[in-house]
Design a protein around this ligand. Structure first.
Ligand SMILES: Cc1cc2nc3c(=O)[nH]c(=O)nc-3n(C[C@H](O)[C@H](O)[C@H](O)COP(=O)(O)OP(=O)(O)OC[C@H]3O[C@@H](n4cnc5c(N)ncnc54)[C@H](O)[C@@H]3O)c2cc1C
Length: 320
């Protein structure tokens, strides 16, 4: 009878990256526990845009299908819950869950996603991931040829307005009272047929999750059927940092993504990561790919340790 209570790998997070990683680990017959709080970042969207084989599928359906696939692999267990804390020991990790239970593992794969922070504008929340979105590749198709808007200013606003022109001939850059655009940038926008609106946007109008117009402070409106807004991505909790993982230099989009080596290992030996938690261009497709690659690296690292425990240890250098 197998009395080993230490998992080969605990996957924290059951989104695209975590489920994809768990599938590879299960197929490699590794004892794997997926712990998931069930708050995948795209859960607000009607459908997943741009994922081959699953295009426009509702996110909840996609994640349920992923969990169903894992059920075929006897070494994989799924558990609903939240990991609150973790510690690294010489031979692995101890994770503590919100329900007070503890689990131990030789490796941990962090697939915890990120917190997408959008501007504090009244009316965004009910429309988020639908008529208000951060990524035209994900949601532009659904609002193509409508009157579209970009809420941004300066160079980023210019770039995103020109990008959104791919989806509609009617694009307005809602740059507000401090547009931060020089004459060359204004000329570029004019040449592309993009209007610049210099009144500050005060709110959004339209029934339910639909957007029909942006509203200015004086109550007047401008028609808009889809609004592209800037976001910054932040770690959802201090778990990775508590475990000792270093964060990479911030980018305009990602505030504190994890630093990874070429084998998807963080700066903490044995602690791997995949998905939004460590990318510059977040998408479901990249998360699926990263989860798969990271899991293969976890398997290689376990194999190296099993066959040469003294030399290999639990570190990233051990991942063969
Ligand atoms: C509104 C919106 C719409 C989007 N639409 C699209 C789209 O159409 N197409 C596309 O390609 N991309 C889209 N994206 C981006 C895409 O959703 C992400 O890039 C992708 O989901 C990242 O996958 P992930 O597995 O890294 O993270 P997530 O899918 O966010 O999954 C992380 C999981 O980990 C769990 N978790 C976090 N911390 C813990 C913890 N401590 N303990 C246990 N569980 C934890 C979370 O609850 C969550 O279930 C969208 C993003 C947003 C915000």
């Amino acid at each position: 009878m197998d009395t080993d209570t230490t998992w080969d790998c605990i996957v924290v997070g059951g989104g695209a990256a975590g489920l994809s990683g768990a599938l590879v680990l299960g197929r490699a017959r590794r004892r794997t526990l997926v712990i998931d709080a069930g708050e995948q970042s795209n859960r607000f969207a009607h459908g997943i845009g741009g994922l081959l084989g699953q295009d426009t599928r509702p996110p909840a359906e996609f994640y349920a299908a992923g969990r169903d696939e894992l059920a075929a692999y006897p070494t994989v267990a799924l558990r609903a819950g939240e990991v609150l804390r973790g510690e690294r020991h010489d031979d692995g990790f101890v994770l503590e869950l919100a329900d007070g239970s503890r689990e131990t593992a030789r490796r941990v794969l962090l697939a915890t996603g990120m917190d997408y922070r959008y501007p504090a504008l009244p009316g965004i929340e009910p429309r988020w991931g639908r008529s208000v979105f951060h990524c035209p590749f994900c949601h532009g198709w659904e609002v193509r040829d409508e009157a579209l808007g970009v809420l941004d200013r300066g160079e980023a606003g210019l770039h995103r307005a020109l990008l959104l022109r791919m989806w509609s001939e009617d694009v307005t850059l809602f740059a507000g009272a401090s547009p931060d655009l020089d004459e060359t940038e204004r000329a570029q926008l004019a040449a592309a047929g993009v209007s610049i609106e210099e009144r500050d946007v005060a709110g959004l109008a339209g029934p339910g999750d639909t957007l029909t117009a942006v509203v200015f402070a004086d109550g007047s409106e401008r028609a808009c059927g889809g609004l592209l807004v800037p976001v910054t991505l932040h770690q959802r909790s201090s778990l990775a940092q508590d475990l000792g993982a270093a964060v990479a230099a911030p980018t305009p989009i990602v505030a504190d993504g994890l630093e990874l080596d070429a084998k998807h290992c963080t700066t903490v030996p044995g602690l791997f990561a995949a998905g939004d938690v460590s990318v510059k261009m977040p998408s479901v497709a990249t998360a699926v790919a990263a989860g798969s690659t990271a899991a293969a690296m976890v398997v290689q690292s376990l194999m190296a340790q099993a066959h040469d425990p003294v030399a290999a240890g639990a570190g990233s250098g051990a991942a063969g």
